[in-house]
Design a protein around this ligand. Structure first.
Ligand code: B12
Ligand code: SF4
Ligand code: SF4
Length: 333
């Protein structure tokens, strides 16, 4: 990238980036059908006003002229977790989504928001008339489609955006811009073709049958990720196929773990050095490296305030203490 050096990309943890001037998601009809069939439920926020905004980025931000989209990898955290599951004698059998241990064990929303703002400010130095808007997970933009339009990958059968060189263990973050950038940037990115072929590993591995093989989308109500991250109340009704038996207590990586495109990255990455940040160790020691009954006891006796203080700025603030207890109960039966 002409405006970010290799060192800056490294500093921001960006493994790839792309660019598009197209505001309209290519798969917008697909998304509308998905909502029409209620496959988004219980995630109400994907319908109504926010569904309308997802039809075109201009609906969300009329000044849109182009977007820079970045991939922030957490593959190393995934690899370190796999090693822990395979080799650590003290592991209790529970599993966490590996993004919770990426980004130094902190909530990626805050960390990546800061990084994207820093890149935006950097661009403005060159062109003070430039305006930008950060898009990161919670904004009403179909981010996988935006990344696909920016040439960063294809939609896997597990519905993940997959990149040929970096697999799918990354977070997508974008800067919407009110200008088009120079042509040498805009001409570089071509839309990727589908590289899933005849493979069905993710569909076969999903323990709750949440992947619809025909439409290649997720039935949200059957997805472990929905139940363990998005539904916080103790009395949340699990979907009909929801039986937690794989150890998953927060998020689910199963349909990515089995993907040959991620296995390829595993082989290419240098030998991992393990987790090195104190917040990562706090998470491992609290959730994974002691008896499940002890974890349950601590979560049951902690106050809400105590839990928040312990896991402030981590991904676990989202589900909270009760959301975790609700999932953990499956493993005490
Ligand atoms: C709602 C949501 C969820 C829901 C629903 C997931 C889903 N697959 O729809 C739940 C809670 C289940 C979920 C789970 C996870 N999520 Co989520 N989630 C979102 C969110 C907020 C919206 C996604 C959405 O609009 N879904 C509706 C479906 C229909 O759209 P879609 O997923 O974008 O899929 C598009 C393409 O795949 C394409 N498509 C799919 N199939 C086909 C087939 C054909 C024929 C065609 C033409 C097109 C097509 O069309 C869709 C519409 O554009 C996005 C952030 C965002 N604002 O976009 C993050 C996001 C998708 N999630 C993300 C992550 C990391 C996860 C988890 C891995 C977390 C975890 N470890 O537990 C899991 C993965 C589960 C999975 N296999 O998808 C990342 C994905 C990064 C990537 N590499 O793809 C995102 C982009 C957040 C981010 N900023 O990085 N998530
Ligand atoms: S995240 Fe887990 S439950 Fe959801 S589709 Fe993938 S394998 Fe199935
Ligand atoms: S496991 Fe196979 S079918 Fe599923 S996303 Fe990966 S390559 Fe595609």
């Amino acid at each position: 990238m002409s405006f970010l050096t290799a060192e800056q990309l490294k500093k921001f943890g960006i493994v790839d980036y792309g660019y598009t001037t197209d505001p309209i998601p290519h798969s917008v009809d697909h998304f509308n059908q998905w909502v029409k069939k209620d496959l988004h439920l219980p995630l109400e926020y994907l319908a109504g006003e926010r569904q309308k905004k997802r039809q075109s980025i201009k609906e969300y931000w009329p000044a849109f002229e182009s977007a820079l989209t970045f991939l922030f990898s957490y593959h190393e955290a995934h690899q370190n977790l796999q090693l822990l599951y395979e080799n650590n004698q003290d592991w209790n059998g529970l599993k966490l989504a590996s993004y919770t241990l990426g980004f130094e064990g902190l909530d990626y929303h805050q960390i990546l928001l800061n990084r994207l703002n820093e890149i935006g400010q950097f661009l403005i130095k060159d062109d003070p008339s430039l305006m930008f808007k950060v898009v990161l997970d919670t904004h009403p933009v179909l981010e996988r489609d935006l990344a696909m339009r920016a040439g960063l990958g294809w939609f896997g059968k597990n519905s993940m955006l997959i990149n040929r060189s970096h697999g799918s263990f990354f977070i997508i973050g974008s800067l919407l811009l009110n200008h088009k950038l120079k042509s040498e940037i805009s001409e570089k990115f071509k839309v990727e073709s589908d590289h899933c072929g005849q493979c069905t590993k993710c569909i076969d591995a999903c323990p709750t049958n949440a992947i619809d093989p025909v439409t290649r989308t997720i039935r949200s109500n059957d997805c472990i990720s929905t139940f363990t991250i998005e539904q916080f109340k103790m009395d949340s009704t699990p979907g009909p196929n929801m039986t937690l038996k794989e150890g998953t207590i927060f998020g689910c990586d199963i349909c990515q773990d089995v993907c040959p495109w991620n296995k390829r990255v595993d082989r290419l990455l240098k030998k991992s050095l393990g987790f090195s940040h104190k917040d990562q160790h706090k998470i491992l020691n609290f959730f994974l490296l002691r008896k499940t009954t002890e974890l349950y006891k601590d979560l049951s006796t902690l106050t809400e305030g105590g839990f928040r203080r312990l896991f402030r700025s981590s991904s676990f603030e989202r589900s909270g203490r009760r959301g975790l207890l609700k999932s953990l109960i499956f493993y005490l039966k």
